[in-house]
Ligand binder design. Sequence first.
Ligand SMILES: Cc1cc2nc3c(=O)[nH]c(=O)nc-3n(C[C@H](O)[C@H](O)[C@H](O)COP(=O)(O)OP(=O)(O)OC[C@H]3O[C@@H](n4cnc5c(N)ncnc54)[C@H](O)[C@@H]3O)c2cc1C
Length: 469
Amino acid sequence: MTDESFDVVVIGAGPGGYVCAIRAAQLGMKVACVDKRGAFGGTCLNVGCIPSKALLHSSELYAEARDGLNAFGIKVPTVELDLGAMQDQKSKVVKELTQGIEFLFRKNKVTALKGTGRLNGPGRVQVELNGGGGQELAARHIVLATGSEVAPLPGVEIDEQRIVSSTGALELEEVPNHLVVVGGGYIGLELGTVWRRLGAKVTVVEFLDRITPGMDLEVSRQFQRLLSRQGLGFKLATKVTGVDAGGDRLLVATEAAEGGEAEKMKADVVLVAIGRRPYTDGLGLETVDLTTDNHGRIEVDSRFATGADGVYAIGDVIRGPMLAHKAEDEGVCVAEHLAGQRPHIDYDAIPAVIYTAPEVASVGKTEEQLKDAGISYRTGKFPFSANSRARATGQTDGFVKILADAGSDRLLGVHIIGADAGTMIGEAALAMEFGASSEDLARTSHAHPTLEEAIKEAALATHGAPLHI
Ligand SMILES: Cc1cc2nc3c(=O)[nH]c(=O)nc-3n(C[C@H](O)[C@H](O)[C@H](O)COP(=O)(O)OP(=O)(O)OC[C@H]3O[C@@H](n4cnc5c(N)ncnc54)[C@H](O)[C@@H]3O)c2cc1C
């Protein structure tokens, strides 16, 4: 028996799902959103973006107080780490933000259900409530926003104590002596730097011969140099073949990516961060004749419609970058489509940020992608060492790199490595969304002295006319 009918039922209350539910309700639809986690906000708020950024910030403050203040004439006699208090602060932030979603659901009259949702044939969602009991919902439209999970490493079993995923790495109660991070992507590097700053020896093992695959190679190389200077060790073109958890310390077996002699490394904690994969377990896709592609993703068209009538999918569970703001944008977009509007997402204007120190941020194409596509482009670069604000604050590492179409001057890609890169990339994303040229950026007045002036200078450099270098 169907308990209640809705215009839209959203399964998953991560950034994709909860934003979709709110937007659909704003547009006058009757909406329910169901999530099986005890707290709303999905991976991002509970075990992803937010707790990682909280720990990145506090560990940066700690390292700054310990090593960085002398240069500014500030003497701090002793700096002590209270890891418990640091973790409590992170948990408090997570709790406040996840409760904030409950408030937003109430405000927008979204029916929020804590339980596991399962498709039960066309237009039906069966919910097993976390507190016991079930409910069947009838829905004109169903939006699948079930997100992603940690990709497993064959032969290595995660126990979230000593062999951890990002979730366990956010909860460590002691600073490990030696942390081995498997995977040189952004999650491994962000969490690796957290524990490095708190005192761990950190070794990153990466299968490829470079870190951060997909990032502009020049930026990636500079990034690795800066991380090495902070004490992170790298074993590139190397694969982890197993972890022996039998003894007091872990024994991590590695060998060259293309095969070779096995090596063993002792570690106290191993973080498996080789990527994430779409999550559709127990979702009942078969009840509406849906299957996933060979990456486990639900296939959708440009309106996020799946092959099943009335069923849509957004966020990490479909193609595209696994990023919270991409999931949010899709949540808004699908709700507006359902309301008869015709919104559009420019996937080339979605920024990506790594929140290490310095930060790394990019939007648009990399130089390698432009070369592969045979597009002719001009490059403009400007180092922060020549930016007056960066010199005043001692944040001179890194540069801005702008790629513009050689013919039209339209911006094709902007890549920033440097302090506050994640904030600065907003200007570039906005410019790209509006189809700006590099000259538009160069002629926009930038306040002085700011780090953003490096963007203007890099834009000038694409025309061979930077002013301050
Ligand atoms: C450590 C870490 C750091 C990250 N940092 C960033 C960052 O700084 N910036 C950024 O943009 N992205 C970051 N991400 C990625 C970001 O978290 C994801 O891209 C984002 O959460 C995807 O949103 P989503 O709504 O698609 O799915 P999710 O956030 O994964 O939410 C899906 C929800 O669906 C629920 N669910 C699944 N199946 C069912 C079911 N059958 N019934 C009910 N509920 C179900 C799950 O419990 C989950 O709560 C990070 C990820 C990690 C792991």
